[in-house]
Design a protein around this ligand. Structure first.
Ligand code: ZN
Length: 63
């Protein structure tokens, strides 16, 4: 079983699905802080809401 660590990650889909907030963006940084505060309180529905907001917040990639 060489892929033991990978299997552990796959067994926790909530963690792998979490988007990383874009901290250069005020909205995303705020949502990221709100998400961590909600997680400490065990408020998983707010954590989930923040994840959705972070994921759908658009950012244009500068070239
Ligand atoms: Zn954003």
């Amino acid at each position: 079983m060489p892929d033991l660590t990978q299997a552990v990650q796959l067994s926790d889909p909530l963690r792998t699905l979490e988007p990383v907030p874009f901290f250069a963006c005020d909205v995303c940084a705020s949502l990221g802080r709100q998400r961590e505060a909600a997680r400490k309180l065990g408020d998983l529905s707010t954590v989930s809401d923040c994840n959705i907001e972070i994921r759908k917040h658009p950012h244009e990639v500068k070239r």
